[in-house]
Design a binder for this molecule. Structure first.
Ligand code: NAD
Length: 253
């Protein structure tokens, strides 16, 4: 299938490593000019250099997406250095683990800004130009926790469900303008995040054995789903969540 993405422009947040970096690399390989963002300029520069070494066109713009002022600055710089993005991929680190009764008000407020409001603010920032162009793709990276809550990841379970509801509602509002809004929900994927959540190698191995595919996802396999949803042929798919989990979730809906 020809994805039709040559010459498009994309903004990928949380792009210095893991799934975000794999998405940025995948888009660049399709001829997309990519603005990569993450909090730390040095790690971001390494990611941008890796993309350029593969022949991709890329710029790096540091920003913490949990902060509205930094999102506003990021969007201004993207427009200046790249032009208005045709594709937005909303990604960042996941909120910290914690059982429902163990979380402070401050932890909830922080996770709300990081996971839900980043998606709202980034979409708000890119949508006017997408609607004018009558073409746009917004893809949020969520988690299998939107299908089956993961017991000690309360913040992720609650706030990614909120992102899913927001994306569905937004998708209806902008559908007639040629803009699609979807989510990719990764299962367990071999990144730094996974190592942080499961420091114990034996526990990690047990988890891996419990997945029907008997392995963790490669970040490039999550990126493949993002690329498809970003593509021209995916124009009629909107408001959906595409789960990429090696068969781990058992529900049919
Ligand atoms: P990761 O921790 O390896 O990478 C996260 C990226 O986001 C990094 O580039 C980091 O610098 C950046 N980032 C973190 N906080 C940020 C902030 N406030 N502002 C801007 N950038 C920020 O994570 P990953 O494994 O690639 O996962 C990406 C997303 O997918 C996370 O939200 C994670 O919870 C979710 N997810 C991951 C898995 C998994 O198994 N790895 C499974 C399901 C969902």
């Amino acid at each position: 299938m020809h994805l039709g993405l040559e010459g498009k422009r994309a903004l990928v947040t949380g792009a210095s490593q893991g799934i975000g970096l794999a998405v940025a690399k995948g888009l660049a390989a399709e001829g997309v000019e990519v603005a990569l963002s993450a909090r730390t300029a040095t790690t971001l520069e390494a990611a941008v250099s890796a993309l350029r070494a593969l022949g991709g066109r890329a710029v790096g713009i540091p920003a913490d997406v949990s902060r509205p002022d930094e999102i506003a600055r990021l969007l201004t710089r993207v427009r200046e250095e790249l032009g208005a993005p045709d594709i937005l991929v909303v990604n960042a680190g996941g909120p910290p683990a914690g059982t429902p009764t163990a979380l402070s008000e401050a932890a909830w407020a922080k996770a709300h800004e990081l996971t839900l409001m980043s998606a709202v603010r980034l979409a708000d920032g890119v949508l006017p130009a997408m609607r004018t162009a009558r073409w746009g793709r917004i893809i949020n990276i969520t988690s299998v926790s939107v299908k089956e809550p993961i017991l000690n990841l309360t913040l992720s379970n609650a706030l990614r469900a909120a992102v899913t509801g927001f994306a569905k509602t937004l998708s209806v509002e902008v559908a007639a303008d040629g803009v699609t809004v979807n989510n990719v929900a990764p299962g367990y994927t071999a990144t730094e995040r996974l190592n942080e959540l499961f420091e114990d190698a034996a526990a990690r191995a047990r988890l891996e054995a419990s997945i029907p595919a008997k392995r963790f996802a490669d970040p490039a396999e999550i990126a493949a789903a993002v690329l498809f949803l970003a593509s021209v042929p995916a124009a009629y798919i909107t408001g959906q969540t595409l789960v990429v989990d090696g068969g781990a979730t058992k529900g049919v809906h």
